[in-house]
Ligand binder design. Structure first.
Ligand SMILES: *Cc1c(COP(=O)(O)O)cnc(C)c1O
Length: 419
């Protein structure tokens, strides 16, 4: 296939007037994509944060192939199947004991929507009026109307603002301003209408790769617990080892009441999501009264092929030195941070586990240098997709020192050119 000149396809987060030409990708392996001309591109953003072990991992591919010939799809209401059951059990074995129930869906956004519905259903069925959601400034939880409501408002959400529901926002716990976040939470958590605090633990992804310390998360969880406010952890980006531990919550010793997982759940091979919760949230829906049913489904809930990929992913976590690879990438990224921090045009150099982020020059998401940076990295055959002037690396765990050094050096060159 040649790169299409006139395609009917409308691409995500793409201004077609500025970027009319898509790069056509033919294949992928490990941390590399190969385009239709045969040019290799290093996937420094794990194809939008989903790939963990590497592209087309042989064990996961084999599981997909095997499952596709056995059971492709079955309605999940009133039915179940082995890949879903085995995955659920294996995942629960790996997670803290407080989480006992798992609800399947198919994307990060739906995992968060499900979490919000679980929280509100929980209080409604217990006869409590709690329904308000607390979120954090700069948060991102997806692009559906419901998840835009709980995310940061701005250019992305403006046309839809009339539809978005009201939430209460905590200031981001920037260095030196952590107490303001905790004070705001203390105040809002006491409101008898507050149902839940929804946060991305430790790392706010689309909001600009902003990090905050584990102690703040620990403290926020304690405030929620004291006030009977549910803690919903959106680990759609941070889960599956991205921050150096299996969950970002693990750094803080926090067990959320509701946990959202997606992106790395199949190693990045197929769409799937899971929302996990504590037993009492399931129990408040458990009744012979059909009105207390959890009324949520998507057509492909727990698709067997996707569940088989997720199970194979968990098997890799058991069989292979995944944590050692994560640790190795984290060390390389820490070295990169030190190197980048020394550049005069670079600010805010920060690293958390496998993630490294910096700002080049001045800006914001729609900053002028954003498209230039994108093109610059593209000409280097690096898939690095800045959030405005925030440049970050979020690579697959199979990345090597040479590959990451090439990325770090390219960012230094970009700072020379555009900083
Ligand atoms: C990507 C992301 C989502 C949305 O996931 P989709 O699969 O794109 O719907 C939600 N929350 C966080 C933290 C994310 O990074």
């Amino acid at each position: 296939m040649n790169p299409p000149k006139a395609s009917p396809i409308w691409h995500p987060f793409t201004q077609h007037a500025l970027f009319p030409q898509m790069r056509a990708i033919a294949s992928a392996s490990g941390a590399w994509l190969t385009d239709v001309s045969g040019q290799r591109v290093f996937d420094a953003v794990s194809s939008w944060w989903v790939v963990t072990h590497g592209h087309c991992d042989p064990h996961i591919v084999e599981a997909i192939r095997d499952q596709a010939g056995k059971l492709d799809q079955v309605i999940f209401a009133g039915h179940t199947h082995e890949p879903a059951e085995r995955f659920a059990q294996k995942l629960l074995n790996r997670l803290p004991a407080g989480l006992t129930r798992l609800f399947f869906s198919d994307s990060g956004s739906t995992a968060v929507e499900v979490a919000i519905k679980m929280a509100l259903g929980h209080f409604r069925h217990r006869g409590e009026a709690r329904h308000r959601i607390l979120v954090m400034e700069n948060g991102y939880h997806g692009d559906t109307v419901g998840t835009m409501s709980v995310g940061e408002r701005g250019a992305f959400t403006q046309p839809y603002d009339p539809l978005l529901y009201a939430v209460d926002r905590l200031p981001f716990p920037a260095p030196g301003r952590e107490q303001a976040t905790l004070d705001a939470l203390e105040h809002l958590a006491r409101d008898p209408l507050t149902a839940a605090l929804l946060v991305e633990p430790l790392a706010l992804g689309a909001g600009g790769m902003l990090f905050y310390p584990p102690a703040i998360l620990t403290e926020m969880a304690a405030i929620c617990a004291r006030n009977s406010v549910l803690l919903i952890a959106d680990e759609v980006m941070t889960g599956w080892g991205r921050t150096g531990r299996f969950l970002a919550c693990d750094h803080a010793g926090v067990v959320p009441d509701i946990l959202c997982l997606s992106k790395g759940i199949t190693g990045g091979h197929l769409p799937l999501a899971a929302t996990l919760c504590r037993e009492e949230i399931f129990q408040s829906h458990w009744s012979t009264d059909r009105r207390r049913t959890f009324f949520h489904s998507s057509s492909y809930t727990a698709n067997p092929i996707a569940c088989a990929a997720a199970l194979a992913n968990l098997e890799l976590w058991e069989r292979e030195p995944v944590q050692a690879r994560i640790d190795a990438v984290s060390v390389m990224q820490a070295a990169g941070q030190t190197k980048l921090a020394a550049h005069p045009k670079i600010s805010g150099a920060r690293q958390l586990g496998t993630i490294l982020a910096v700002e080049i020059g001045e800006g914001g998401y729609l900053s002028e240098c954003g498209p230039d940076l994108l093109r610059f990295f593209s000409t280097r055959n690096l898939l690095i997709r800045p959030l405005g002037n925030t440049v970050y690396l979020l690579p697959p765990y199979c990345s090597t020192a040479a590959e990451l050094t090439a990325c770090h050096d390219a960012i230094l060159d970009a700072a020379d050119a555009f900083g």
